[in-house]
Design a binder for this molecule. Structure first.
Ligand code: WT7
Length: 586
């Protein structure tokens, strides 16, 4: 089907187009909209809460928390400032220094937001861990970050951390949000806060001081810790304003979990620095519940993801029809390709089209988007934002890149230099360096640009898997499966799925003496689920005699995928064991 442009007629861009869009853009001007700290300092938490309180907005609601059992709690900007001050004082008392890493392993609970802001206030580094990760991904990230403090719940601690504590020598303090940890090195988050003062003066933090650590996955090796600095807030605030159309007093709902970058950049920082009220829903996706939240909370701006949009579409527009969604002014999507049907469905079912936006953990903030004032091309990610120079490039074998013309397919590249660009992968200078060629940051995404400057996503250039919007590295899963005594080799691919975009499919070759069976398949999937958590474990598993590998022993996941999908196998010259493995079951 050929979807035409959705024009921003006056009816569509209610209220009138965002005036910020019309002013000439410079990062200096965007930076000047922030308050900063005396002496040229900058602190994300200051811009997010303390500044709002000082400007007289202390009584405005910063966080409206909807518990999964129907509870409802509101935190004003003043209350969030006080609680995060208490946490900052508590961290100081524990001897936490600037640059130390504070991890939070929790679902969407208020303590997560307090901990994030308090951490930033003392100049420590906030590192969220997705609560659906199993013990193995949690251990790897805690170890790599060398976290000194972990904020978590009693249940998550018991299930995912406690038994591994001996392997985490840097982890001095576990703070339980709902328990009083009667063991050494474990104490109560709230008991710590209770004894602290509401007052805290943010010490000088420089714009280039580390602020956030987000783990992300590549094709090879363990997860990479992308480092962001306080200066990133310039991009968070600007994009919150220009892309998500956030205005002071807006009710804003970002459905992303703060265990991932979207839930921090756009679930905490962008909305608070723009003076909005965050709606945080603790519960998991449920179509009726979501419509009820949009209606009852009178959500003005909504940021969600294609997997959720597809599930809402499946549940039927009928569920939306008897809801009053008139408060909704802007809807946007991120994380995976948003199919044109989804864009248009938003317009029909919610009264607002979904605006696709594109960015990555490494870019820290939205780079390419269908903005409030521009016509939408359904199926396109939109155009580069002001201050962002994008290109479609081809890497030259001898180094450097060629910039390609409109219509050509190539790798999406961004000219390095915007404030929220990551400043490194923790302890991995080499991998960081490899992301840049001739002043361009290479994204690893394949895309094309049309003659009007709209970018269209084609796929990943590498083997990482996007499942339900979560970026998963195949290596992390393969490593865990290899620990099972029956497994000789394992390779993961993303297999297209109508809802999750992709699901994880495992190919496994067994060691001599083990035979494929349904029971063993279930056992291996169960093994992976226990170790990795349900979000990361493979959903499907197929036994093969052996896995296609390069001469240097790398698993050719591209070939596994091509075979699975019946695609042309492409260049096989690198293949070591040239007889493609057959499943022993056939
Ligand atoms: C990868 C980044 C998006 C920020 C949070 C996730 C894919 C992202 C889109 C989009 C098609 C998209 C890309 C990208 N992606 N947005 N609008 N259309 N694909 O960040 O986990 O680092 O994932 O998500 O492949 O490289 P992330």
């Amino acid at each position: 089907m050929n979807w035409t442009t959705i024009r921003k007629t006056p009816e569509l861009s209610e209220p009138a187009p965002n005036p910020a869009d019309a002013t000439p853009f410079s990062w200096e001007a965007a930076r000047a909209e922030l308050e900063g700290l005396p002496g040229g300092g900058l602190n994300i938490a200051h811009e997010a809460v303390d500044r709002q309180v000082r400007a007289g907005h202390g009584e405005m609601i910063a966080l409206r928390w909807l518990g999964k059992n129907g509870e409802r709690r509101e935190f004003s900007y003043a209350e969030l400032a006080r609680s995060s001050n208490r946490f900052a004082n508590g961290l100081n008392r524990l001897g936490i220094q600037r640059g130390d890493r504070i991890c939070v392993l929790a679902g969407r609970i208020p303590e997560l937001y307090i901990a994030a802001l308090g951490t930033l206030k003392i100049g420590a580094v906030f590192c969220p861990l997705f609560s659906a990760f199993g013990p193995e991904p949690v251990r790897v990230r805690l170890a790599k970050s060398r976290a000194r403090v972990l904020v978590t719940t009693a249940l998550l601690h018991e299930r995912k951390v406690r038994a591994q504590r001996a392997a985490l020598p840097d982890l001095e303090h576990v703070l339980l949000t709902d328990g009083d940890g009667a063991e050494p090195g474990v104490c109560s988050f709230h008991a710590l806060l209770e004894t602290e003062s509401n007052q805290f003066a943010i010490p000088f933090t420089a714009p280039e001081d580390w602020a956030l650590l987000h783990f992300t996955s590549g094709t090879t090796g363990s997860p990479k810790g992308a480092i962001h600095v306080h200066d990133a807030v310039v991009a968070h605030r600007m994009t919150g304003r220009r892309v998500l159309d956030l205005r002071p007093g807006d009710i804003y709902w970002c459905t992303a979990d703060p265990g991932w970058v979207t839930g921090v950049s756009y679930g905490i920082i962008a909305p608070l620095t723009n003076g909005a009220t965050l709606v945080v829903d603790e519960a998991e996706f449920d179509a009726s519940r979501w419509y009820a939240i949009l209606e009852r909370e009178r959500v003005n701006v909504w940021y969600t993801a294609p997997t959720a949009i597809r599930m809402l579409m499946k549940a039927g527009a009928g569920l939306a029809r008897n809801r009053d969604l008139s408060a909704l002014r802007f809807a946007a999507s991120v994380g995976e390709p948003l199919h044109p049907e989804g864009v248009v469905w938003g317009l029909e079912a919610l009264g607002q089209p979904f605006h696709d936006t594109w960015w990555q953990t490494e870019t820290g903030a939205i780079m390419i988007a269908n903005t409030p004032t521009q016509d939408i091309r359904p199926g396109s990610m939109g155009r580069p934002l002001p201050g962002i120079e994008a290109a479609i490039v081809r890497r030259r074998t001898e180094g450097g890149v060629d910039l390609l013309e409109p219509g050509a397919e190539g790798e999406l590249a961004l000219r390095a230099g915007w404030p929220s660009l990551f400043r490194g992968y923790l302890d991995d200078e080499e991998r960081y360096r490899q992301c840049f060629v001739a002043g361009w940051y290479l994204t690893g995404d394949l895309a094309t640009r049309d003659a009007d400057g709209y970018y269209w996503f084609l796929g990943r250039a590498d083997d990482v898997i996007k499942t339900a919007g979560h970026l998963i590295g195949p290596f992390e899963i393969e490593s865990v499966l290899l620990e099972h005594p029956a497994v000789a080799e394992a390779g993961m691919i993303g297999k297209p799925d109508d809802f999750a975009g992709q699901i994880i499919k495992a190919f496994v070759a067994l060691k001599p003496g083990h035979a494929p069976s349904d029971a063993l398949r279930k056992e291996l999937i169960g093994f992976a689920r226990t170790r990795l958590g349900p979000a990361v474990a493979p959903r499907e598993l197929e036994f093969v005699a052996d896995l296609p590998k390069t001469r240097s022993g790398k698993i050719m996941r591209r070939l596994l995928r091509a075979r699975e999908l019946g695609l042309p196998l492409g260049d096989l010259s690198a293949l070591e064991n040239n007889a493609p493995g057959k499943t022993p079951e056939n």
